[in-house]
Design a protein around this ligand. Structure first.
Ligand SMILES: [Fe+2]
Ligand SMILES: [Fe+2]
Length: 200
């Protein structure tokens, strides 16, 4: 099964800056994603994208929502249409005239799978948060106090243990960190501090 998208251009440039309302985005999420665990993952990544846009990129509210929206919907088709992952949500958002930058970020969240290279900062951060966020959440589930007292060292130990959350691609994580020009410590610290408060 190939998920390669076979294209590198998404959306219509005339739709630059156009977003869904939060209500419409959440409605789409709730209609398409029935799996609560996946829904939580998407909300976690959305939160990380929002906070990164606000704190690190110092973007205004509209741009914060653009980043958040990319995170919130990046896996929207994974639950019901895994063989059309990425393709289906991109086509849906294209018909709704969504900002091409948001579409591109979603299309490049797995370069090896979809064949689209992360280029913008939004692309790179979505790719960087995706897998690492999942591993950190898996770690929280096995700790008696979940996120309380979790530190970078503990997460790095789990990263090295290939048997832990074995479906999380360490290669993707390393690749993403290099592309985003970040240190693993910085990224882990950022995720732990913000992800803890996200609930479905
Ligand atoms: Fe995905
Ligand atoms: Fe994801």
């Amino acid at each position: 099964m190939s998920l390669l998208l076979g294209r590198t251009s998404f959306g219509n440039p005339a739709n630059k800056g156009k977003v869904l309302s939060r209500q419409d985005a959440e409605l789409l999420l709730n209609q398409w994603v029935l799996n609560e665990r996946l829904k939580l993952h998407m909300k976690q990544v959305a939160r990380l994208m929002h906070d990164w846009a606000e704190e690190k990129e110092q973007l205004g509210e509209h741009d914060q929502w653009r980043w958040e929206m990319a995170g919130l919907l990046h896996d929207a088709d994974w639950d019901q249409w895994p063989d059309q992952h990425c393709k289906k949500i991109i086509e849906e958002l294209e018909t709704r005239n969504v900002d091409p930058e948001i579409l591109r970020a979603i299309a490049s969240h797995g370069p090896l799978h979809f064949g689209v290279e992360p280029e913008t900062k939004m692309d790179k951060m979505l790719f960087a948060f995706d897998e690492l966020s999942g591993l950190i959440h898996a770690y929280s589930l096995m700790r008696p106090n979940a996120y309380d007292g979790m530190d970078v060292k503990g997460v790095k130990k789990r990263l090295k243990d290939k048997a832990f959350a074995a479906n999380v691609s360490r290669d993707d994580i390393n690749d993403a960190i290099t592309r985003a020009d970040l240190t693993i410590d910085e990224l882990i610290q950022f995720i732990i501090a913000r992800q803890a408060v996200v609930t479905i």
